[in-house]
Write a protein that binds this ligand. Sequence first.
Ligand code: SF4
Length: 269
Amino acid sequence: MKKFPSEASSPPAVRPDYLSPSSVKSYLLCSLRFFFERVAQIRKPTTVALHIGKTIHATLQSFNLARWRGENSSETAMEEAFSTHFLELEKTEGPVDYADEKTRQKVRSCAWNTVKAYMASDEVTSQMPLGVEVGLSATIPGLPVPVRGVIDLVQHDLTAVDYKSAAAKQDTGHAAFEHELQLVTYQMMIEEATGDTPPSLDLSYLVKTKTPQVIRVKIPPADDQRKQRVADLYRIAYEDITTEHFHPQPGMQCSWCQYRKECSGWCSK
Ligand code: SF4
């Protein structure tokens, strides 16, 4: 395991080749948690929410790729894909902390019903995607490394769509604010790749309620001020990561943080 940042030797050991929206968001939320997870790479059991979120995401990817390639995207084929992803993710990212087998089956069934609701929704019937899991990068002036990301789906009009699975219906304004960094990054990537601005930056929420819901949140593309704000966040995060600024940032996130034991052992000297 890597040492605590204050014990690390110089020159700085943390020098990423690139940044991603998720890495910077994680750093900004709590820099010490970022250190434990992404620098020291301390593995923790996968939470049920993360396992299910990844299973749903992987199944939607299989579904959209099958449609895009003209392959079998039937409910039967996707149920098989869902089962495969569920089991594979348990193996590769597990153990998953399910309370017992009954809970595991109940959660699994709820997740599959949510995927079915998506496949039957207007989201699918309205149009075919231009691209699925589109990996792009953006150059930010003053940032020595590129920003890289993978967009879940790009529509023919260049609208970027990101899937989110949620336990309850989200407040639209809050969702837009919370995911601003990720969505504006996608806009910058699309602009760099195509020279055009996407007409909208969308979140597609799959809500795992008793009757699953699929809700599209549309966010207007960013103006120069919003893009500047996001670029500044990348520059600040890079500077702080490479100079090893890692310290506790207590807040709401501590209630679901898996590194509380390690965190309590932290001190700056
Ligand atoms: S317990 Fe809170 S302050 Fe400590 S590492 Fe986790 S999120 Fe950060």
